[in-house]
Design a protein around this ligand. Structure first.
Ligand SMILES: Nc1ncnc2c1ncn2[C@@H]1O[C@H](COP(=O)(O)OP(=O)(O)O)[C@@H](O)[C@H]1O
Ligand SMILES: [Mg+2]
Length: 259
């Protein structure tokens, strides 16, 4: 019997169980849960427990977040038509009780990339920038982009402690970025860096630009995942480094954990 069928058949019995009872229940029903991974949100109060399903490329997540439950429903409705490449695939989503929900999704791997604190910090502002750029413009030419880069560098030169070498470094890094992203993504990245100017020191901004360039596969996928969610009318709401995992089958990075 498939995992999905098993859960669908036992769902009526789940009402009123504690999480430990649920785990016992699932195990009694032949679903072994291993590799328990707990990850608590700091500050938002949101909470989820994720378990690998033994012998399957699937995980189960229990959560008390109703918004997440609703967003997963939206994604499940839209994922067959949109066919996202950079959003985790969901198989199942169920309300057990008010305040307890669980979903089944494909198993993904943890991302093993070292990132500076500034990049981690910056990722929280990425979704907002994708939205604002997509809303304002659909297409701009390379002239405008190079002008924007000039503006950005001028701004740094005028207002910050940037040295001549810093500016040269930035120009080089920007050139690589322009090669590695398409127009709309460059605009998103520029808008993103622009937003970070007020929060980061000059050397952190330079590091950020270099890291974006070094991790262009990663950021291309994250930006595309946000765009795919937008196509499904879903605001992810919590894009950060722990909510990006890697699909070993397609070699793509995928967003998990919308809130
Ligand atoms: N599909 C998945 N495959 C593998 N591990 C996952 C999957 N989804 C979540 N995890 C792991 O569990 C952790 C917590 O899951 P997440 O959905 O982010 O919950 P929370 O709402 O507590 O942040 C993640 O950081 C990740 O390490
Ligand atoms: Mg998370």
């Amino acid at each position: 019997m498939s995992l999905r069928k098993l859960l669908a058949e036992t769902i009526d019995n789940l009402y009123g169980y504690t999480q430990d009872d649920l785990i016992d229940l699932l195990e009694e029903n032949g679903i072994s849960l291993e590799d328990r991974q707990l990850d608590y949100y700091i500050g938002s109060g949101s909470y989820g427990d994720v378990y690998k399903v033994k012998g399957k490329n699937k995980v189960i997540k229990f959560t008390d977040n109703e918004d997440e439950y609703r967003k997963i429903n939206w994604i499940m409705d839209a994922q067959e038509s949109v066919k996202p490449e950079n959003v985790v695939k969901y198989h199942f989503n169920k309300r057990v009780d008010d305040g307890l929900y669980f979903s089944i999704m494909e198993y993904l791997e943890k991302v093993d990339l070292s990132m500076s604190e500034s990049v981690k910090k910056s990722m929280k502002m990425l979704e907002r920038n994708v939205y604002s750029v997509l809303q304002v413009s659909s297409e701009e030419n390379d002239d405008t982009i190079s002008m924007k880069i000039e503006d950005l560098i001028d701004h740094l030169l005028d207002n910050r402690d940037a040295t001549k070498e810093d500016i040269e470094g930035m120009k080089d890094a920007f050139e690589d970025i322009v090669e590695n992203y398409d127009n709309i993504d460059i605009q998103i990245l520029l808008k993103w860096i622009w937003d970070m100017i007020s929060v980061l020191r000059t050397n952190e901004i330079i590091l950020l630009i270099y890291e974006i360039d070094l991790m262009s596969d990663y950021f291309n996928d994250v930006i595309n995942g946000i765009k795919e969610l937008k196509e499904m009318d879903v605001w992810h709401g919590d894009v950060h480094q722990a909510n990006v995992l890697k699909d070993p089958r397609s070699n793509k990075y995928k967003l998990i954990d919308p809130i």
